[in-house]
Ligand binder design. Structure first.
Ligand SMILES: Cc1ncc(C[n+]2csc(CCOP(=O)(O)OP(=O)(O)O)c2C)c(N)n1
Ligand SMILES: [Mg+2]
Length: 770
């Protein structure tokens, strides 16, 4: 690539200044200018922004191509808004309302910001790692013929140095190495400060080794051109500079030129005298601030020099708060300039009072055309892309035949049938699992559709004619992305694949499987995926103490409660294979529906006798969250309410008790999550004058107002006990509250009170006169 003309570099430096000003001003305005009715601290991170303005100017106005996608360090959100303000894609109103309701968000948000945000950020580390999985998805789409070469791009993560402490980053680069990921730039804003203080020194030399050993190129941008030239002439000063600890260096940057002078004088005495006479204090401070991440020539050169597809880590040395009065101060993370300091910055930047929001305020007439031309040429997407929805056709999904089945086995059979039937749905499904592909019943699907590998991977065992039920070969047509045991990676993979419609214009139907208890291991990544409105199907199996002999380390208890509190994720827990088939169809539909969401299926390995259906009336209720498996008599005094794998106990108890308790009902709950949402939504509607009863209110109003409910779930009893609040009916909640143990189902259900005796006792107690 040609080196840009000097005028471009100058224009980029001007843009760097504009970004520093606009980001600082946006935050200042929100904290000190805008009305504040409630006295809450508004906040914002002027120092974290100032640290990155040069890097972001060089990226957005020079290096990025139109298909490149960027995850921006959360605390540099205002810089991204300032960039789009210069580009004309962000409004002044949104900036004036920064951190206000409906205004520019504190941290870049794909769903809430009006500017194009490729990846939301906020929980540090996750925004970095998702770029790696997005790059893998890009390779997947290319290999499957869904992405033209000219539409491919690079994935860039702008990260704080303290983000390197997040373990999910290393889990991701290990997985990336296995898949030979490429087209990644991760750029560290190496300001050597975190939130609390300056960061520890000792790890620095290790980070580059870690990345190199995972196949990355590491480019360190330590010095700007000016400082590099001066230190090249003075190796002893350079040696001294490089031994300064993070804390010492930051303190000197904060203290400024006089402090540098006295330190150098103390260190080198008369040997530094001639050097020091060449600089006044300001010039000395400016010289030592010329670090790589603030030097436009250095940045442009580095980006131009990394145009191949090798994943590259840039370590760009910077000063936190560069150019602001608290530059380098260890406490500057949430520091805000006071009005006096802001006024001084405004003056220094040539911004007239009252003209603070003008995009190119302070840019001289000579420079302006060059700056405008550069902004005009910027190749990044300016407008928010339309999401791709509604293009996949979903055939009906028949339930697999079989008198006795587990929901986990039925899941595997349904996917196999989908695969055999072929067509659009089957081709768009991409499955993934953190080393539990076989044990979550994805095996048959993988036998049919193969592993995804960019380079052919033969099945050595098959070639050697060693008998195995499981084929394990891969090529670039494969549809299963194999992951190592790292549940956070699973969710980031699902997040990236679940955004394929947005990122690449092609909707994928991602399905991820894992063991239910290990959802907790990747919970923040799961939340992150939902926060961005990524769409996928999560199949968690096995679950609960119903896992029996596997014991308490693998028996999940609280995931239904997690799901109850997780926006963007719908929990379904089927008891029967036909329910599961209906739920999978609904989950696929929701993936491709603009108003949809992701789905979490909680499945079991317990083989249960399937129910005979006389009609299809159950189906609508099952999708809405519950249906009467055994209808209650009108005004009945009691009902059993059960979910999932313990349905046979509920049915048996119903059969036994209905002789003595006339009209006893059995409610099959398929989604406490949906029932709860429907209940609160109907309540909110009533407050606005509408009179619709929610699904669960309609179901429970078949019973008498004072009826008793015995709720039963192989999960925390709170998953269902809240149902008593819907109409004020009494509840006896049965469920699992202590860690599980090994054992057979009879012993375990008796010990944890999920059996017929427990149900009978609970019903009896509810029916006793008070
Ligand atoms: C998972 C998570 N934990 C904690 C925080 C709170 N937090 C926000 S920024 C930050 C330190 C960031 O330091 P660094 O990454 O170096 O960024 P910079 O110095 O550029 O601001 C912390 C701990 C967070 N946002 N996410
Ligand atoms: Mg930092």
């Amino acid at each position: 690539m040609l080196k840009p003309a000097t005028t471009d570099i100058e224009a980029l430096k001007i843009i760097d200044d504009r970004l520093r000003w606009l980001s600082a001003w946006t935050i200042h305005h929100a904290n000190h200018v805008r009305d504040n009715d409630d006295g809450l601290k508004v906040g914002g991170h002027q120092a974290s922004c100032a640290s990155m303005t040069a890097i972001m100017a060089a990226l957005y106005f020079h290096a990025l191509g139109p298909n490149d996608r960027v995850a921006v360090k959360p605390h540099a959100g205002p810089v991204l808004h300032a960039i789009h303000y210069l580009l004309g894609s962000q409004s002044r109103e949104a900036l004036e309302n920064f951190r206000g309701f409906g205004g520019a968000q504190s941290y870049p948000s794909r769903t809430k910001d009006r500017i194009p945000v490729d990846f939301s950020t906020g929980s540090v580390g996750l925004g970095v790692a998702i770029t790696l999985f997005a790059s893998l998805v890009q390779d997947y789409l290319s290999a499957h013929g869904w992405l033209d070469d000219q539409d491919r791009g690079r994935f860039v993560a702008l990260m704080g140095d303290a983000e390197l402490d997040e373990g999910n980053i290393y889990e991701a680069i290990i997985e990336g190495a296995k898949h030979d990921v490429r087209n990644l730039w991760w750029i560290i804003d190496y300001n050597r400060q975190s939130l609390d203080a300056t960061s520890a020194d000792r790890m620095f030399e290790r980070f580059d080794e870690i990345f190199r050993s995972c196949g990355w190129r590491v480019v360190e941008l330590r010095y700007g051109k000016r400082l590099q030239a001066v230190l090249a002439e003075r190796p002893t000063v350079k040696g001294w500079f490089e031994t300064l600890s993070n804390a010492e260096l930051s303190a000197l940057h904060y203290q400024g030129g006089a402090a540098w002078r006295s330190r150098l004088d103390a260190e080198f005495g008369k040997d530094a005298a001639e050097f020091l006479t060449q600089y006044d204090d300001d010039a000395l401070a400016s010289l030592f601030s010329d670090l790589g991440g603030h030097c436009m020539e250095t940045l442009v050169e580095a980006f131009d020099g990394a145009q191949d597809d090798v994943p590259t880590l840039f370590i760009a040395w910077t000063i936190k708060g560069h150019g602001l009065p608290f530059a380098g101060h260890k406490d500057n993370h949430a520091g805000l300039m006071n009005p006096t300091q802001l006024a001084a910055l405004r003056e220094a930047m040539g911004v007239r009072e009252g003209h603070e929001w003008e995009p190119l305020e302070g840019v001289g007439d000579n420079a302006r055309p060059g700056v405008e031309a550069l902004i005009d040429r910027s190749r990044i997407a300016r407008d928010k892309r339309q999401r791709s929805f509604g293009s996949v056709s979903f055939p009906a999904i028949p339930a697999p035949a079989g008198e006795e089945q587990s929901t986990q086995a039925a899941f595997g059979r349904i996917l196999l049938d989908v695969s055999k039937a072929g067509g659009d749905l089957a081709d768009r499904i991409v499955t993934t699992s953190p080393d539990v592909t076989v044990s979550t019943n994805l095996g048959a699907w993988v036998n049919q559709r193969g592993l995804f590998r960019r380079a052919e991977m033969p099945d050595i065992f098959a070639k050697a004619k060693i008998a195995s039920a499981q084929k394990w070969s891969g090529d670039n047509r494969g549809q299963h992305i194999e992951l190592g045991i790292a549940e956070s990676n699973l969710f980031l993979m699902l997040a990236a694949a679940g955004l394929a419609g947005d990122l690449f214009g092609t909707r994928l139907i991602p399905i991820g499987t894992l063991y239910d208890p290990f959802i907790a291991r990747g919970l923040d990544s799961l939340n992150y995926a939902c926060y961005q409105d990524a769409r996928f199907l999560l199949v968690a199996t096995p679950s609960g103490i119903t896992l029996g002999p596997e014991g308490g380390a693998h028996q999940s208890i609280n995931p239904p409660l997690i799901a109850l509190g997780q926006p963007g994720l719908r929990h379904y827990e089927p008891a029967y294979a036909d329910e599961l088939a209906a739920m999978m169809h609904e989950a696929f539909r929701l993936i491709d529906d603009a108003a949809g969401e992701s789905t979490y299926l909680r499945l079991s390995t317990r083989s249960v006798r399937q129910i005979e259906r006389t009609d299809d009336a159950w189906r609508e209720g099952a999708i809405a969250g519950a249906y009467w498996l055994r209808e209650p008599a009108a005004g009945a005094e009691a009902a059993i309410v059960a979910m999932g794998a313990v349905m046979p106990e509920a049915l048996a108890a119903w059969e036994e008790l209905s002789l003595d308790v006339p009209g006893l009902g059995l409610l099959a709950v398929t989604s406490p999550d949906l029932l709860h949402r429907g209940w609160t939504a109907a309540q909110a509607e009533r407050w606005q004058g509408q009179r619709n009863a929610s699904h669960i209110e309609q179901l429970l109003s078949r019973l008498s107002p004072g009826a008793g409910l015995v709720t039963l779930a192989d999960a925390a009893p709170a998953s269902l006990s809240w149902l008593g609040g819907v109409l004020g009916q009494r509840v006896a909640p049965l469920g699992v509250e202590k860690f599980g143990q090994t054992g057979n189902l009879t012993d375990l259900y008796a010990a944890y009170r999920l059996d017929g005796d427990a149900i009978t006792e609970a019903v009896a107690e509810l029916l006793l006169p008070a």
